[in-house]
Design a protein around this ligand. Sequence first.
Ligand SMILES: Nc1ncnc2c1ncn2[C@@H]1O[C@H](COP(=O)(O)OP(=O)(O)OP(=O)(O)O)[C@@H](O)[C@H]1O
Ligand SMILES: [Mg+2]
Length: 471
Amino acid sequence: MILKPERVFARDFEWRHLARFAAGAGRRPQLGVVSGRRRQGKTFLVEALVREAGGFYFGATETESLSLYAEALTEHVGAPVPFRFGNWDEAIRQTFAIGAERRDLMVIDEFPYLSKVSPALPSIIQRAIAVDAPVSLLLCGSAMSVMGRLLAGGAPLRGRASMELVVRPFDHRLAADYWRITDPRLAVRTHAVVGGTPAYLRFVGDDTPQGLDDFDAWVQRTVLDPGTPLFREARYLLEEEADVRDSALYHSVLAAVAAGNGTRGGIAGYIGRKAADIGHHLNVLEDRCLLRRDLDVFRPSRSVYHVCEPLVTFYQVVMRPRWGLLESGRATAVWADSQGRFHDRVVGPHFEELCRQFARIEDVFGELPGEVGAGVVADAERREQIEVDVVVFAPAMPGEPRRVLSLGEVKWGKRMGPRHSARLRRAREVLGTKGYDVRDTVLACYSATGFDGALASEADVRAVGVDELYG
Ligand SMILES: Nc1ncnc2c1ncn2[C@@H]1O[C@H](COP(=O)(O)OP(=O)(O)OP(=O)(O)O)[C@@H](O)[C@H]1O
Ligand SMILES: [Mg+2]
């Protein structure tokens, strides 16, 4: 087994697959695909792999890749006469010849740049693979739309890959370790700004907040400082991922969602357009993994959009409305003025999402969860809509009523008490009348601020504090 170098934090699962792939090089033909949004550490991982296991690595660029590729390949094999390729067909044929002969691992990073200029590349690769020579080709890239389509139904490479790895952001616990944060209250705030993207620690020169009382100063000297690469990152993300021309409308859509308008109609209303006008933009943003559409667990015909990347939400809520001031170095004033919006629209919803994550990864309610999400319970009798932030179902069993393991409400800045549990209890009662199995449903109150003592005496209620999310 090829050992993971110490400088690679976490990523044990990813490394295991990569190492197994590398170990198979030269034994059989293999195609591997590594994808994931920008800055998640794909290049870092595959470069480390090539360094440990040996092989050829090429990182494509937007221009001149073919001549650079020829140079890199020449250097790799130490060919006395430099390779020269007229097109990618030739280049790939040569790559396969070299891979088959030397039995090397061949890695092409930023593959979408290549397939953009040479759309035939996947078919060329597919033909080369079909020859059955023992070549190991690893394609890597971040344009989610391109990488996703590479293996989709009907695509030439469909069914060819023996490894498909998606490199995701660190979850909230790993992110806290990575940022060397031990106080959960600080960890939630920090994660609400920089999320779990590994590169962002480098983007701020390894500057981590030194405690809760350093958080405000940290925000001002990092993400709000025009001198750090993090400052412009949220804008770059949209431009790089979406490859869009009319970025203004895309930004408006993201701003609407970040402001808490998650429905299609709500987004359209917020930016003053008709719902039909923004359909394409929503699709593109969803396709590029910048937006995510979550179904209402009780009314699957309704859905709510969420921004996937915390930094984008932070940018839209805190930075974009005050961009000019921030560019001229007024971070202190902007930050002081943003406190309400930061807590209500950034940290609050983020904490809610973390609570759903928590319910997803842990057997919090005694058994393995099936679906976890949010939903609205319509209480016809009282003419009320009860929003439930964290709904945990047991795995669905065909022919049986859906069993609800837990109904939960989340509060970032409020203490929770019996009036919160009473709402949840009513939701449970209503769901019972609608045919859900609520016999074992636990009512969960998630608060980052604390609980009234009275809650402790309610046997069907579980209080989850912020510490437990990081337990
Ligand atoms: N597991 C990790 N441990 C430590 N540092 C990491 C890890 N993953 C990423 N990093 C840091 O993040 C930086 C950026 O990662 P990298 O450039 O590999 O991301 P990427 O997914 O290739 O992004 P892009 O799509 O923009 O090319 C790395 O140079 C490294 O400093
Ligand atoms: Mg990269």
